[in-house]
Design a protein around this ligand. Sequence first.
Ligand SMILES: [Cu+2]
Length: 337
Amino acid sequence: MSRAVALRLGAFAGVLVLAFAGAFAIGSAVDPIAAADTLEPAPAGDGMGGMDGMADPAGEQGGHGEGHGDASAQPPGLAVSQAGYTLVPATTFFQPGQKTPLRFTITGPDGKPVTKYTKTHEKDLHLIVVRRDLSGFHHVHPTMDAAGNWSIPFSFTAGGTWRLYADFQPAGHDQTLTLGTDVNVSGLYIPVPLSKPASVFSIHGYDVTLAGKPQAGKESELTFAISKGGKPVTDLQPYLGAFGHLVSLRSGDLAYLHNHPAEHAEPGTKGGPQITFGTTFPTAGTYSLFLDFQHAGTVHTAEFTVTVDADGTTIVPPTTLPSSSTTPGHDTTPHGH
Ligand SMILES: [Cu+2]
């Protein structure tokens, strides 16, 4: 009740902002389409310098591209359907501020809902929910019934167009797929600009410091160091088989990159204060990074804006990372997988 009132008051207050926000809303609604249009010819074409050139080496030499044709040049998360699999939401219309079941199926090449999956990071399917302005990030794990219907109670916090990503591996399929689709949430849409690139993010008393030198199209190392009250946190808990999960979304088209540290985290072991990822940003651009980590039984999400350059000159501000002197040899060579 009070939430409804608050929402209504918010809506009235927001009317003043609407005139200004309108321009933004139109801009962000149009951008992804424009971006998709520009990207479309890239896989087939030869003249698209930057993006195609960057993406090709991985696609051609990695040997993962077979059967995917031109689509192998595109980062995951841009398509609702790939390799015969389709993300089908039960509804694409929602009210904000109400916990309602978020339901969907993944249909397979035979058109029927997929019911058998190969677990990745301890789950059959990972669901990422984020508004198209890259605010309101959630990483959740729905449950599936015997017929292949996925469901999770979910509350969209505000109006706007939201993107759902299903990250999964169908049983018998040789790689993970990330399918994405948009849903509509009623209500006034006041877009939130991306935060400025910064090397420290603070949440719930934790300070997360990011260092790295990302370079478009090349694997680079990103290190997150976690401290609390000025002290390095050395007892991070494994969360879904890793001490950290990193989702990066490309501003403009919301292409999706999911990374895990090379090191597998066994149950009962402790991690931190640093988590290192080998990450390949496919192109120059601005990315939102969302790091999930678990400490003292709670999962926290740190958010960063990172600008990536083709020549690696525009960097996350390098800083002195809090480190623990008690973990020599903790360094592992990170490699994507
Ligand atoms: Cu997950």
